[in-house]
Design a protein around this ligand. Structure first.
Ligand SMILES: [Zn+2]
Length: 133
């Protein structure tokens, strides 16, 4: 995956969710096909923490089931960094479990929520293009 395509209405819904959960970190899944996101599935951060997240296992299971039922692919996992930084943390890299799936970080910048996409592989991350339309 060299880029992730996300329609504006979906990115708006993700960022709305992120803002609603602030100051806690929020998280969820992005699914679709051909690198294009078609649905967002917010998941409860079981830790309710401003510095880390853990997806509620039952909600995660149901979200993955829904993605399978809709015959979509899991394309990305988003979570917020309410206090930055705008890239994956050491913990994000160490605990990443989904090879080939993009990591989307939502972070605040001059009173606005922004997002960036990354691939985490072999203990490091690379930013990939996030195409919003
Ligand atoms: Zn993180």
């Amino acid at each position: 995956m060299d880029k992730l395509i996300i329609p504006v209405d979906i990115s708006m819904k993700v960022l709305y969710h992120v803002n609603e959960k602030f100051p806690e970190e929020s998280c969820g899944l992005l699914a679709g096909f051909d690198n294009k996101v078609t649905i967002e599935l917010p998941i409860t951060n079981q830790l309710h923490s401003p510095i880390k997240y853990f997806m509620d296992p039952m909600e995660l299971f149901k979200a993955l089931e829904k993605i399978e039922t809709l015959k979509l692919d899991l394309l990305g996992i988003f979570h917020s960094h309410p206090k930055g930084p705008p890239n994956p943390s050491e913990t994000d890299i160490k605990e990443f479990l989904y090879p080939g799936v993009a990591t989307i970080i939502c972070y605040p910048e001059s009173n606005e929520w922004k997002m960036k996409a990354f691939l985490i592989e072999n203990g490091c991350y690379t930013e990939i293009e996030l195409v919003m339309f």
